[in-house]
Design a binder for this molecule. Sequence first.
Ligand code: PEP
Ligand code: MN
Length: 355
Amino acid sequence: MLYNKVFNKAKKIIISGPCSAETEEQLMHTVSQIAATGKVDMLRAGIWKPRTKPGMFEGVGSEGLLWLSNAKKQTGLPIAVEVATSKHVEEAMKHEVDMVWIGARTTANPFSVQEIADSLKGLSIPVFVKNPINADLELWSGALERIIKSGVEKTGMIHRGFSNYGNTEYRNPPMWHLPIEMKRRYPEMLLICDPSHICGNRQSLRLISQRAIDLDFDGLMIETHHNPDQAWSDARQQITPSLLAELLNDLKWRNEHSDKKEFIDALQQLREQIDMIDDELLSLLSHRMKIADKIGAYKKENNITILQKIRWNDIFKNALDRNIELGLSEEFMMKYLEAIHLESISHQNNVMNNQ
Ligand code: PEP
Ligand code: MN
């Protein structure tokens, strides 16, 4: 019932609360401010914290679940926690937690995910699976499949970015193409974004949240704390509940569809143009590869190598000199040329060695 009420594709869900439950006072203070915004559907708080180094604050443990269930009574909002072991699931169930999620570090470990999946058998609460810390979609799908196989019917995904050594802009770069691919694989499943762990700071939260909305994510999980600078974990990325309310107000919520006739007609016309161009591009690419085949035949006759670095350096340079004028990003041009180059090599290889 909760899943249908709170987790509903027709409505964006907002989950918020501190990174960690620290003290009963901190939790109550934070959640009462959250509830006062009237904009949050569910409370979160980390009870068991997977920390990178020993000696860091590792969560208050089960005692925090008592505080969370008081928070639920006081605010009337459902509660969610991260679980990493079967014991955590058991404890969470004892305290009537409404939703659990599997954290990024746990998703990367099939043994742990299987242990959690087994302990969820027969339970009816929603389970969200965060992406694994590494950019591996199979690991993410694998974890979801383990949970689904154990009989959990209400599953969802949380995108929290992927760790990347040396990246300074984001704590965990979003790599948007990966959650987009997961949306393609699981079109019916809820997908929410956790901009807090993507950003690792407060400044970019708005930008990343808006990006997620523009990509039709089903909601946001954002960390809040009544006194973020003093937080015991993830202090740099947490915001106050009142800043959260401002942020949510500023976001431009968009619909996936519109019934407006002019809009539908204009979109249809533009899409027809795109389909025609895509068709032409594919025919041109096919034509281009036929020419590469001919070059392959000449190279074979004259015993010349397939790869000629100078020629390809020229092609890359000429194309990249034009990227601004063409309105195409350098990154896209590189990817496009590399793909063409590889296909061309494979065609010539075929001509030279298999014919
Ligand atoms: C969290 O949500 O506090 C957390 C630990 O996140 P992640 O698993 O994404 O690192
Ligand atoms: Mn956190």
